[in-house]
Design a protein around this ligand. Structure first.
Ligand SMILES: NC(=O)c1ccc[n+]([C@@H]2O[C@H](COP(=O)([O-])OP(=O)(O)OC[C@H]3O[C@@H](n4cnc5c(N)ncnc54)[C@H](OP(=O)(O)O)[C@@H]3O)[C@@H](O)[C@H]2O)c1
Length: 280
């Protein structure tokens, strides 16, 4: 099995382009042990980028991730997010410390502002800088930021240190291709695609089935290979079942052809004009 390809953050650090999401894990539905096993299997397969957030399951997702990565912390590139309601200068530091305790680690590799709220960006930035100086976070970034938000952030002193923007991106949500994605790529800011298979809703589309059949692949693998076809883009599908983890990992071996891409463009047209950034 070939290594998982990586992309470079602005700092020069390499991060796997395919990781693991954890929203809707630890929801108290009896799947906890399977979810931990799925995350550990993903680590075994090289999917060492793990995405969580203080919001998910009210912190229980972070606790679950802490358990899944126990004893393997150094293998993992750990991403978590602060809620906008906790994004003030002092509050964000306290929120990060609570996340660190739940994750049972001393550092988060990439700490994101989950979405833009009412707190001035300069305050959140100041908190991120303090956290980075103290070694509690290694990189910081944002999520659900549209091009205007990015411009405002990058215009602030120190704002150009933003490492990543985590946004909704999949075949059925292509708006970012018009402006946000090329802009981030040009400036070396990683785009992290969340809900890369649209939480499963797009998997019955006939165009996906057709392309998948040509390759002996599954629709989910086509959806992931399509997201990952571009430089500067990473994806974090969530899979609580081992068979899904294996399937998603194998999507890295799928090479879509020009014909496949043209067929997918006909079924899921690219944006012809700027579109408001969608979010889930
Ligand atoms: N920043 C944000 O605002 C934001 C918003 C949404 C999500 N996220 C992050 O992005 C991650 C991924 O997004 P998501 O969880 O919304 O959606 P997703 O990854 O597009 O889809 C997850 C769903 O697809 C299923 N699945 C996974 N692999 C599959 C496969 N190979 N075949 C068929 N079904 C498969 C999963 O089932 P099983 O679990 O049963 O395997 C789960 O029900 C989240 O977990 C979270 O970490 C961030």
């Amino acid at each position: 099995m070939a290594d998982v390809p990586t992309l470079r953050l602005p700092s020069g650090e390499s991060v796997p382009v395919l990781g693991q999401g954890t929203w809707m894990m630890a929801e108290g539905n009896g799947r906890r042990a399977d979810e931990i096993a799925a995350l550990r299997l993903g680590l075994d397969l090289g999917l060492t980028l793990v995405d969580t957030a203080e919001m998910y399951a009210d912190g229980a997702s972070e606790t679950l991730v802490g358990e899944a990565i126990a004893g393997r912390r150094d293998e993992v590139f750990l991403v978590s997010k602060v809620l906008p309601s906790n994004a003030g200068r002092a509050a964000a530091i306290r929120a990060c410390e609570r996340s660190l305790a739940r994750l049972r680690t001393d550092r988060i590799d990439l700490y994101l502002l989950h979405w833009r709220g009412g707190t001035p960006l300069s305050e959140t930035l100041a908190a991120f800088e303090t956290l980075a100086r103290d070694g509690k976070i290694r990189h910081w970034g944002v999520s659900n930021f549209d091009p205007d938000d990015m411009a405002e952030l990058e215009g602030l002193p120190g704002g150009d240190a933003v490492a990543a923007n985590q946004v909704l991106y999949n075949l059925t949500r292509r708006g970012i291709e018009f402006d946000l994605l090329p802009g981030c790529r040009e400036r070396g800011i990683a785009v992290m695609a969340y809900s890369p298979i649209e939480q499963g809703r797009m998997l019955r589309h006939p165009a996906l089935a057709k392309v998948a059949a040509r390759h002996g692949a599954t629709p989910a693998q086509v959806g992931l290979a399509w997201v990952l076809r571009q430089d500067g883009v990473m994806a974090i599908p969530k899979a609580g079942r081992p068979e899904h983890v294996r399937e998603n990992r194998a999507a890295l071996d799928l090479r879509l052809t020009a014909d496949d891409l043209a067929e997918l463009d006909r079924a899921f047209p690219p944006p012809a004009r700027p579109q408001p950034l969608e979010m889930l």
